[in-house]
Design a protein around this ligand. Structure first.
Ligand code: ADP
Ligand code: MG
Length: 670
């Protein structure tokens, strides 16, 4: 079978279905085989009825005591009710519009039922909304779904393919043996249809290892390559830096001094700097980077400073121009024409600048702000692509406020040196963080009203723009979207105030306009999606209200919180969530007890499920489908294995080399 054929070659996949599959990123048969389950419905492991709690989504094994069709108030709806029982208790199950079930689920027979527990207000007892049932105990894959495309359908497509499936295993036997990994063909089969939990885990482990291994391999190769490149030597002038520091309206923290020192030392070297400056939100990375720029420019070179969004590029332009008064600063964003930067000392822009192949004659330093949002592809391009001149590459400094736990940073940015700003400027106020229960929403609005009346400004963050993305089965909660909240707040709750809206689908010019208005206090309350996450500086904003907070990672929530508390007034972070699972509770409570981004990142890493480290996963690294970033041990193992391969020379492993080349192209690492 040719796995690279378009998906429409499969029986049962017409043009409509192919379109839906495409929406999930499935274009070829191969894509389908590697479309791994999100989770499983484990019908081998039912729970006792007695243990069911409201909102649980569980599987029970129960006998049908009685089943009947009931009338509903609304005539068009049929309601099937069944009394289910196991030896621990009874529960009433309900189905809507599925009359045919009367012929299948006979009284006295036993089935496994997957469903969700609700509270039946009328009868004051629990009931069970069944979503699927099985006769046999088996483990069924649950895939990420889209409208009109169910896991059930995907199972039917994938299962027969696996019968005939064969694949080259590229991983060297020695690694498989060392790490006790199963072969690839079994892994792919068992990841879809494991017979046992052990099989499922072994399959996930193998696939997870591969994901981490290839990333680690890429890092090790990059490091090897860079170690033979050359960069301009930039001499630093201690007096210039001293004067600069003395002119600042504040005293640098020790951490700022130390990291600035590490950076200017690197610049003097002919080996290109490749450094990551990590520091919590508000720790003052900008001024440290500005010192690197100053050093570079005074030595006669140019620097480029890149930001992930136009808003941030503009903000940097304003701030950095003020900070570095006597150097020429140019700005380039997606909207601007391609200008000639020959006479600028520093060019600030969005990463789109990278693709323009602008010619810089004297470029010696590239700074990338909010590195975790910046694709690895762009990073590679910066280092090796258009900016390479006469065999020299610029020095490279990336900055991030996403506190990446050290093990992860080493494994994933293994080609970078680390500088960490681990202290905050003195006298920073603490933002008061509160988790607001749904019933206190109105009090929160009153509080916001008082703040705005006192002249302050407010952020309201929502996870969605406008569409309803419901990949979570059964969880048909109406999630907060920025557009809807904007409507509600501007028309109903705060008609007397100026409410603004900001989201990623707006035009660049519109976004800038809104941000400028917010800065100039022409907007009191800004409803926004996560686009405000990084870097935005509005000292007059004192309230950060976050809707559906469980949808964000802790590091990201901490970023949001860092948007307030930047001025002299006491600031507040109000966290809302409609979901109160134990893990959500634990995570969100950490926001109250902890205000250090690095610690929060560690907590998130421990508490969140596989591949869920938000912010980090968007870093432009290939999607981790199976690997868990909380699996520090496997990350370390993958790194060691990759180091060994690079040491021995990857060309000694032809199958691996071929796969690696393919990976490097398809995963956009270069
Ligand atoms: P981030 O690390 O999040 O990029 P910024 O560089 O934007 O932080 O700095 C946040 C604010 O702190 C800025 O207004 C900056 O002027 C100020 N700042 C930076 N360093 C110090 C310091 N040592 N003392 C007091 N304020 C500082
Ligand atoms: Mg910043």
């Amino acid at each position: 079978m040719n796995y690279d054929l378009p998906i429409s070659n499969l029986l049962g996949v017409g043009p409509k279905m192919a379109e839906k599959l495409e929406r999930l990123g499935i274009e070829t048969i191969r894509d389908l085989l590697f479309y791994y389950p999100r989770t499983y419905d484990d019908f081998t492991n039912p729970v006792p009825i007695k243990s069911l709690r409201i909102d649980d989504e569980k599987i029970i094994k129960a006998k049908i005591i009685k089943i009947s069709e009931a009338r509903t108030n609304r005539r068009w709806m049929s309601l099937i009710k069944a009394k289910l029982a196991d030896e621990t208790g009874e529960i009433e199950a309900v189905w809507f519009n599925q009359s045919f079930l009367l012929n299948v689920l006979k009284e006295g027979s036993e089935f496994l039922f997957l469903g969700k527990v609700h509270w039946d207000f009328k009868n004051k007892k629990k009931n069970f909304t069944v979503t699927s049932y099985e006769k046999e105990a088996k483990i069924l894959p649950v895939y990420g779904e889209t409208e009109g495309l169910t896991s059930k359908f995907l199972r039917k497509l994938i299962e027969p393919l696996l019968e005939k499936f064969s694949i080259v295993d590229y991983l060297p036997d020695e690694i498989k043996k060392e790490q006790s990994l199963i072969d690839l063909a079994s892994a792919v089969k068992n990841i879809h249809f494991p017979a046992t939990n052990d099989q499922m885990h072994a399959a996930r482990r193998r696939i997870a290892f591969d994901e981490l291994f290839f990333i680690a391999l890429k890092m090790q190769e990059a490091k090897k390559e860079l170690s033979v490149s050359r960069a301009p030597k930039i001499k630093f002038d201690e007096n210039i830096l001293k004067n600069f520091v003395n002119d600042l309206p504040y005293k640098l923290t020790n951490a700022q001094r130390k990291t600035a020192w590490e950076i200017v030392q690197d610049l003097e070297n002919s080996r290109p700097m490749n450094r990551l400056l990590e520091g919590d939100v508000g720790s003052g990375k900008t001024v440290v980077a500005a010192m690197a720029v100053l050093t570079t420019v005074k030595a006669g070179f140019q620097a480029v400073w890149l930001a992930p969004t136009t808003i941030l590029a503009n903000q940097h332009y304003q701030n950095v121009s003020k900070l570095l008064k006597d150097i020429k600063v140019g700005i380039w964003t997606a909207g601007s024409k391609l200008a000639d930067f020959k006479n600028d000392d520093l060019i600030i822009g969005t990463h789109a600048l990278v693709q323009k192949g602008v010619n810089f004659d004297r470029l010696a330093l590239i700074i990338v702000d909010e590195q975790h949002r910046f694709g690895v592809k762009q990073r590679a391009f910066l280092k090796e692509g258009a900016f390479k001149k006469n065999d020299t590459v610029p020095h490279f400094l990336s900055m991030t406020a996403t506190p990446i736990p050290r093990t992860l940073a080493l494994a994933f940015y293994g080609d970078l040196d680390l500088s960490i700003i681990n202290e905050m400027p003195a006298g920073r106020q603490k933002v008061i963080t509160k988790i607001v229960p749904p019933k206190e929403r109105n009090q929160a609005y009153d509080f916001i009203k008082n703040q705005v009346e006192a002249g302050r400004q407010v952020f309201v963050i929502c996870p969605l723009i406008d569409e309803k993305v419901s990949s979570d089965r059964l969880l048909d909660v109406d999630r907060k979207s920025a557009v809807k909240e904007y409507e509600k707040l501007s028309k109903k709750i705060f008609p007397q105030f100026k409410v603004g809206l900001l989201h990623g689908k707006m035009k660049v010019s519109e976004k800038d306009e809104v941000m400028q208005k917010f800065k100039n206090k022409k907007i009191d309350i800004l409803v926004s999606t996560a686009v405000v996450e990084v870097g935005i500086d509005i000292p007059n904003a004192t309230v950060m209200m976050i809707e559906d907070a469980e949808r964000f990672g802790l590091a990201q929530l901490h970023q949001f919180r860092g948007r307030v508390g930047r001025g002299k007034d006491q600031s507040y972070c109000l966290i809302f969530s409609e979901s109160w699972s134990d893990s959500t509770k634990k995570r969100l409570k950490a926001m109250i007890t902890c205000d250090n981004g690095f610690d929060l990142a560690e907590i998130d890493l421990d508490l969140r499920g596989p591949g869920e480290f938000t912010g980090f996963c968007q870093s432009g690294l290939p999607d981790l489908k199976m690997a868990s970033l909380s699996d520090r041990i496997m990350i370390e193992k993958a790194k060691v294995a990759a180091e060994n391969v690079v040491k021995k020379g990857i060309e000694n492993y032809p199958k691996l080399l071929e796969k690696f080349k393919e990976f490097a192209i398809t995963k956009h690492l270069e």
